[in-house]
Design a protein around this ligand. Structure first.
Ligand SMILES: Cc1ncc(COP(=O)(O)O)c(C=O)c1O
Length: 446
């Protein structure tokens, strides 16, 4: 297709520089395995699993067949006061993969909705226990929990918050960021060691400031994904769990990126051996093919909300929350097929193995290259951080992203970082190719 068979006047693109996009558009019209076909007939390798979604690679017949079959069987059914068979089956499968007593799945459609859902569960849970005053949330600097007002408020990426001012939730504080630019500059598959205990800040500043008894929940990404793949220091998540337990604070892991195999395990909770009270997921659960998100809750949350309603009439709703498309049968059919495919092809194990190769390639090819200040690899993802151009934050990374795209490699610019997070089916030669193209582009933009 050399001529455009669409015009670009009507779509307002998300998280994209719209003013310049049309001068050099990046439009995909087909995909298969690791590759896209663009509107102008080029092949581009998907180095970022299409925003961390497509773990099993594109156009997987098993998933597509399940979707088609579902469309021909039950296309949609209301989610309120009724449900569908695929939603129950998907929930059971997802809960069976989660650690501990994370057993109850609340479905939604995206990571943003998962963030807001989990925050609402936290408030409802504390209120049901007679502690409705627990309404402070703690997020973390440079955290990303989507674009709803809840998720944005606990999120800590400045540009995402800047223009929303007083519309952000008022009773929110943030933990300091987890990265030590000096001691954590080069990390390859090991947990970084901190020279100090960064969670002392939570104990010594944040908890006393708000009073621990007012805090509903702490929400963190186990690995900070959107900010540019920053890894938690050794023992950090365990200690966070202990602090939350000590003070009756719920712990929410936002595993929208880390869930479903990115670290080589079902969830980051497994990788780090820490069970949160709620675990948010989306993206890879359907291989990105159909929107689906959710929050897996520990038993005690569900039981508390049911128990608190014991005296209310049997027809009364216990939790006033949900989406028209919660547990959509087509999305749930896609999730079931995706998870079965992950298991049959042992793709999480493969993600871990390929991730080691990716980490080694990144360190070998990029360390010492111009402007490189940090390389961080863990699981099946790696980031290289560059010094920015004075006065033009993010420009160097964006230019490198564009150069890589023109050489047929889709990578992700995130601030001054460039991130690779390929589908788990990636081959070693493809990793070498992508890292090679990235290395050349870094030199070109020195
Ligand atoms: C950790 C995390 N939470 C939430 C979200 C928001 O997900 P969505 O874009 O599906 O709303 C993302 C998206 O990248 C994410 O990485």
């Amino acid at each position: 297709m050399s001529q455009l068979d669409f015009n670009m006047d009507s779509q307002w693109l998300p998280f994209t520089p719209n003013r310049t996009f049309q001068l050099d558009p990046r439009v995909f019209v087909a995909a298969d395995g690791m590759y896209f076909t663009t509107h102008d007939g080029k092949k581009v390798i998907d180095g970022i699993s299409s925003l961390w979604c497509v773990g099993a690679g594109h156009k997987r017949a098993q998933i597509n067949e399940a979707i088609k079959k579902q469309l021909d069987t039950l296309d949609y059914a209301t989610a309120f006061n009724a449900s569908n068979d695929k939603a129950f089956q998907a929930a059971e499968l997802i809960a069976s993969m989660a650690p501990g007593d994370l057993n109850k799945v609340l479905f939604c459609n995206s990571g943003s909705e998962a963030a807001d859902t989990s925050m609402k569960v936290a408030l409802a849970y504390h209120r049901a226990r007679g502690e409705g005053h627990r309404n402070v949330f703690i997020g973390r600097e440079r955290g990303y929990h989507g674009v709803g007002f809840g998720g944005m408020s606990v999120g800590g990426i400045p540009a995402n918050r800047k223009v929303y001012g007083t519309a952000l939730l008022p009773r929110v504080d943030h933990l300091r960021f987890i990265h030590d630019p000096v001691n954590h500059a080069y990390i390859n598959g090991v947990e970084p060691e901190w020279q100090e205990d960064i969670l002392l800040e939570l104990e010594n500043r944040i908890l006393p400031l708000h009073d621990a008894s007012n805090i509903a929940a702490v929400i963190v990404e186990p690995v900070a994904g959107s900010a540019g793949w920053y890894l938690p220091p050794k023992g950090y998540l365990k200690r966070l769990r202990e602090i939350c337990d000590k003070h009756g604070i719920l712990l929410i892991f936002d595993e929208v990126i880390t869930g479903f195999g990115r670290l080589g395990t079902n969830f980051a909770a497994d990788y780090y051996g820490v069970v949160p009270d709620m675990l948010n997921f989306a993206k890879c659960v359907t291989n990105g093919v159909i929107p689906l998100g959710g929050v897996i809750c520990r038993d005690h949350l569900y039981e508390t909300l049911m128990g608190a309603n014991e005296k209310s009439p049997a027809h009364a709703i216990e939790f006033f929350h949900g989406y028209t498309y919660s547990g959509h049968p087509v999305a749930c059919a896609a999730a079931i097929a995706t998870i079965n495919l992950f298991k049959e092809e042992k793709l999480f194990e493969r993600a871990g193995e390929m991730g080691k190769f990716l980490g080694n390639c990144m360190h070998t090819a990029l360390r010492g290259q111009p402007n490189v200040v940090s390389i961080r690899a863990m699981g099946n993802a790696a980031a290289v951080e560059l010094t920015g151009i004075a006065g033009l934050p993010g420009k160097r990374a964006f230019d490198i992203f564009m150069t890589c795209y023109h050489k047929g490699v889709l990578i992700r610019p995130a601030g001054e970082n460039l991130v690779l997070a390929p589908p788990y089916i990636v081959e070693k030669a493809q990793i070498e190719l992508m890292v090679g193209v990235l290395a050349d582009a870094i030199k070109q933009h020195a």
